[in-house]
Write a protein that binds this ligand. Structure first.
Ligand SMILES: C[S@@+](CC[C@H](N)C(=O)[O-])C[C@H]1O[C@@H](n2cnc3c(N)ncnc32)[C@H](O)[C@@H]1O
Length: 307
């Protein structure tokens, strides 16, 4: 049987998320239905799961997978539209909200999806193919400065200026159309021992930019906290420091009961804490999981409970 994606921190995710087997849950990153299946298996006949994915292939696969399952409703939408989905389903509040960020192994391994520098494909990197701008548009039309900033900000790549400069020189001669076109440019100006790291960072930067991943995550977290029942859980799995920082800082901010400037004589901010953090430190996969599923190595799970 083809394994499209192995769910990461599967047991821990469910342990933190599912507190009521009759509850209503939201999985914002359906993918190939790994975590969604686990949630469904933890629910009674009265429980309900709403799952969504922007990726059409993942959505179609999971639609078939769950075609006989009455306790799940699937959407091919962005998780930042959780409020719209809740309205459509007439759900006032969720018992638990989950997201397993990033891309699936299927997206990385399928050459045509163009998500990995390891496979040659059109330079696209959009999860949602209806988005207007793809990675080739960015690489071929953005200014050198904007390109450098994207590579630095979203890839945390120190050589961003040099990479952007060379991209702009090459594209004057020939359009950069494929993942191979871009990786050849990068490997030519990077010492061999840094090839993998630099390629990963540049592709990550373009992917985050094209899909507006960080803003989408911020919006999703804010709306999710609005839409959680008291004692409901928010469980997020992230795979790189930029995402994890947003989750960590949002959770922290939502625990505060005052945001008045330091030294204010009295508190007049009216800040109300909305979350209690459950994972003081992020939960990470153990050695066995990393051995079995190398892609789990960078995963960090954070969970919080609505007050
Ligand atoms: C790591 S995979 C999830 C795998 C899933 N947990 C499983 O076990 O099969 C991440 C999935 O989230 C989707 N995704 C990423 N960002 C999204 C967003 N903003 N809205 C909806 N889906 C998103 C991707 O298309 C991908 O299928």
């Amino acid at each position: 049987m083809t394994v499209y994606h192995t769910p990461v921190l599967f047991d821990k995710s469910l342990e933190f998320l599912v507190t009521d087997s009759n509850g209503i849950y939201f999985d914002g990153t359906l993918g190939f239905g790994g975590h969604s299946s686990g949630i469904l298996n933890s629910l009674s006949a009265d429980g309900l799961l709403i799952s969504t994915d922007v990726d059409q292939d993942a959505f179609s696969f999971s639609q078939k997978k769950f075609s006989e399952e009455k306790r799940v409703k699937l959407y091919n939408m962005n998780f930042s539209q959780i409020d719209i989905i809740a309205k459509i389903e007439s759900i006032p509040l969720f018992t638990g909200i989950f997201a397993d960020l990033g891309v699936s192994s299927f997206q990385l391994d399928t050459a045509e999806s163009g998500f990995s520098y390891r496979n040659n494909a059109q330079l696209d990197l959009r999860m949602d193919k209806s988005k207007v701008i793809n990675a080739a548009d960015v690489v071929n039309s953005y200014s050198e400065e904007d390109l450098a900033n994207i590579i630095f900000q979203y890839g945390e790549e120190k050589n961003s200026r040099k990479i952007a400069k060379v991209i702009c020189e090459i594209r004057r001669e020939k359009k950069i159309q494929t993942t191979l076109d871009l990786s050849n440019i990068i490997t030519e100006i990077t010492p061999k021992r840094y090839h993998t790291k630099t390629l990963s960072r540049v592709f990550q930067a373009l992917r985050i930019y094209v899909n507006d991943e960080l803003n989408t995550l911020k919006l999703f977290l804010k709306k999710s906290i609005d839409l959680l029942k008291p004692e409901g859980r928010l469980v997020i799995l992230s795979y790189h420091s930029l995402e994890d920082r947003i989750v960590k800082e949002t959770f922290k901010y939502e625990t505060l009961d005052c945001i008045c400037p330091l030294g204010s004589p009295i508190c007049n901010c009216e800040k109300v804490p909305r979350l209690k953090i459950i994972t003081k430190k992020p939960v990470v996969p153990d050695n066995k999981e990393i051995e079995d599923n190398f892609r789990s190595r960078s995963a960090k799970l954070r969970a919080a409970e609505r007050i």
